[in-house]
Design a binder for this molecule. Structure first.
Ligand SMILES: *Cc1c(COP(=O)(O)O)cnc(C)c1O
Length: 331
């Protein structure tokens, strides 16, 4: 039986509407299988490869769904976003496609590849020092000064609905699942995915995966309230969030079974698995969900399991460096 989403801030029908808006614009990303991964885990794993999404991550889905619903006045004023990377690129590309002006507030230590890509999509980038400044305040100030509309990276109904379309596509393609593993930062992705899984594959257990160093959502579920943590130190830069969203938290509480955590070393080993066995480049954050099952954190033997690979944006030198660490431990 699927649970009712009637009381939640976003519903499955919003995910379906988002799918209509992004159709023909976002890629329908491939679902990959691996006999090696299945043999390792005893499960049937279906990897939904958002590393092949436009701009390299699922974030394009939510960003486009949000900008496509701007009023004429909002389109005229432009969009502003703050992000350590992939949301910025998603907003920048969507704005370019829709002919909307975009300003992106990014930390000065964000990966250069992500800063360059954001500028490459025609956005204006404003850098800030994340140790001393508060991006929410900077974003709000510029939004007010320039009459721009702020689209946050996860705590926004249209963003959440857009992210859910990747699980909608996955279940349309492979059929019902026993479990779905999804990486968790501010929980926009897992919220949208849980809405889709709950409606399309009733009984599917949705498991969120966070970096061990930044398990704020796990703590929040345990305490029954949103916990704020210090900036986590992890290579999973897309999941360095300090607090789950006000909109995403009730969705997680209602539709996500539990949160697991994985270490940075497990993420690196998973990146290496993807490179060597499946020939795909996945960024550290994108490995969270897969790491939980491939590294034995969760046991799903005999089950049909969806695994969201959330993104593939990592510059080549950092990628090589991380993979060589994995080799160093082994030899
Ligand atoms: C943003 C991001 C996440 C986390 O998504 P949330 O909606 O914040 O939970 C995971 N992986 C990648 C690659 C991302 O860019």
């Amino acid at each position: 039986m699927s649970r009712s989403d009637a009381g939640l801030p976003v519903r499955f029908e919003d995910v379906k509407a988002a799918a209509g808006r992004i159709a023909g614009i976002a890629h329908r990303t491939p679902v990959l299988r691996s006999r090696t991964a299945d043999a390792l885990t005893g499960a049937q794993l279906f990897f939904k490869c958002e590393n092949f999404q436009r701009m390299g991550a699922f974030k394009f889905r939510g960003a486009y769904n949000a900008l496509a619903q701007f009023t004429p006045a909002q389109r005229e004023g432009g969009v502003i976003a703050y992000s350590s990377g992939n949301h910025a690129q998603g907003i920048a590309l969507s704005a370019q496609l829709l002919g909307i002006k975009a300003v992106i507030v990014m930390p000065s230590d964000a990966p250069q590849l992500k800063i360059d890509a954001t500028r490459g999509y025609g956005a204006e980038v404003v850098l800030y020092d994340r140790a001393r400044e508060n991006r929410e305040q900077i974003g709000a100030r510029i939004a007010a000064e320039r009459g721009m509309t702020l689209v946050p990276p996860y705590d926004h109904a249209h963003v959440i609905a857009g992210q859910g379309t990747c699980t909608m596509e996955l279940i349309e393609e492979v059929g019902p699942l026993d479990a779905l593993l999804v990486c968790v930062g501010g929980a926009g992705l897992v919220s949208g995915c849980a809405l889709a899984a709950n409606a399309m594959s009733p009984g599917c257990e949705v498991i969120g995966v966070e970096p061990q160093a930044g398990n704020d959502v796990q703590l929040s579920l345990a305490r029954g309230e949103r916990v704020h943590i210090a900036l986590p130190e992890t290579i999973a830069d897309g999941a360095q969030t300090q607090q789950v969203g006000a909109l995403t938290f009730p969705i997680v509480q209602t539709l996500v079974s539990r949160i697991e955590t994985v270490t940075d070393a497990q993420l690196v080993d998973t990146m290496r698995f993807f490179a060597e066995r499946m020939k795909i480049v996945v960024e550290p954050t994108g490995c969270l969900a897969a790491a939980a099952v491939l590294q034995g954190q969760v046991s799903l033997a005999g089950k049909r399991v969806g695994v969201i690979i959330s993104g593939g944006n990592i510059d080549a030198l950092r990628y090589a460096k991380l993979l060589s660490q994995s080799g160093a431990r082994e030899h």
